[in-house]
Design a protein around this ligand. Structure first.
Ligand SMILES: Nc1nc2c(ncn2[C@@H]2O[C@H](COP(=O)(O)OP(=O)(O)OP(=O)(O)O)[C@@H](O)[C@H]2O)c(=O)[nH]1
Ligand SMILES: [Mg+2]
Length: 302
């Protein structure tokens, strides 16, 4: 029995994922969407797996031990899923005391060997965590960019700058940025922060100190500023974004604007663009710039 698992649902575009689930359903595939870090999701998924195993046991000769293998490209969350199933799985207290764990890492290729983790008893179910697999050659540039955006291959294979440009093209063609329409302007935000600080009796110097790390691009106010900049640049751009050249023009303008937002100092142009690209990709991967499903089921004509 094959089960297609769509992991990292927390980072995905809901509408698109729903379409993928429906698509797999129509192909008579068993498909399940989860977030491996979400306990409730894992509990429901475990129940689902146990029910499938019970069904199988009813059909054939009942088995006391079932083994399942997790297979997928690097970095999709196989080890994270194996760990969560093992930790939440219904196994005896004695076995719980000997919990194992697979190493989880944002760097692709972490798992180098197969390991087995028990995830349920009566019947016993084991899950095999495996190393990520990929074709030996990726000839299509777009496929390469998508794989790099998901973290399946190293960013430098595509080049960070190119990857960030590809991501901006996706963002500019999506609806995600439209949610950032009503963000308060920078001035409003700054004066409300100062006002709040004064009400709380925080000294002027503290206010200044709290603001002196603008280069940490993960801080909320920087993220808001990035969103605002992206919203403003796309929505004020009046040319046709389906035209590749025009899209390129917008993306270059966004790089210039983001350089200021990320406080990337004026060094060589190449270096500045690289730094902006790294920070932008980092925000995308933590879901701070919206939720995306890179393979559009309709666009691909599936
Ligand atoms: N947001 C989010 N992150 C996840 C989820 N599952 C895994 N991750 C993260 O994705 C990264 C890769 O997870 P792993 O479990 O190491 O991926 P893998 O498929 O085992 O990767 P390889 O061993 O390289 O094949 C880690 O940083 C995890 O924390 C999820 O459901 N949501
Ligand atoms: Mg792994």
């Amino acid at each position: 029995m094959h089960i297609i698992v769509l992991n990292k649902m927390d980072l995905a575009d809901r509408l698109q994922t729903q379409k993928w689930l429906e698509y797999f359903g129509e192909q008579n595939c068993i498909c399940y969407g989860i977030n491996s870090h979400n306990k409730d999701n894992i509990k429901v998924f475990l129940n689902f797996l146990q029910a499938r195993v019970r069904e199988l046991n009813k059909l054939g000769q009942p088995k006391h031990t079932i083994t399942m293998m997790l297979v997928g490209i690097p970095n999709v969350g196989k080890s994270a899923l194996a760990n969560s199933l093992h930790q939440i799985g219904r196994i005896s207290a004695a076995e719980k005391g000997r919990l194992k764990h697979a190493i989880v890492s944002p760097v692709a290729g972490e798992t180098k060997d197969i390991s087995s983790l028990k995830i349920a008893s009566h019947p016993n179910i084991y899950v095999l965590d495996t190393p990520g697999v990929l074709p030996t050659e990726i000839l299509d540039a777009e496929v390469g960019a998508k794989l790099a955006l998901t973290g399946a291959i190293k960013d430098c294979l595509v080049e960070e700058q190119e990857l960030a440009r590809y991501f901006l093209a996706i963002l500019n063609s999506s609806d995600a940025y439209k949610d950032w329409k009503n963000l308060p302007s920078e001035e409003v935000e700054r004066s409300s922060e100062d006002h709040k600080a004064k009400l709380l009796g925080i000294h002027e110097a503290d206010i200044r100190r709290r603001k002196q790390y603008p280069t940490d691009h993960t801080q909320d106010f920087v993220v808001r500023s990035v969103r605002r900049t992206l919203f403003e640049t796309v929505s004020s751009f009046k040319e046709n974004l389906e035209n590749e050249e025009k899209m390129g023009k917008l993306i270059e303008a966004q790089f210039v604007a983001l350089r200021e937002v990320f406080h990337v100092p004026l060094g060589s142009d190449e270096d500045g663009i690289y730094k902006v690209a790294k920070k932008l990709l980092n925000l995308y991967r933590t879901g701070r710039l919206g939720h995306y499903t890179l393979d559009d089921i309709l666009r691909n004509g599936h």
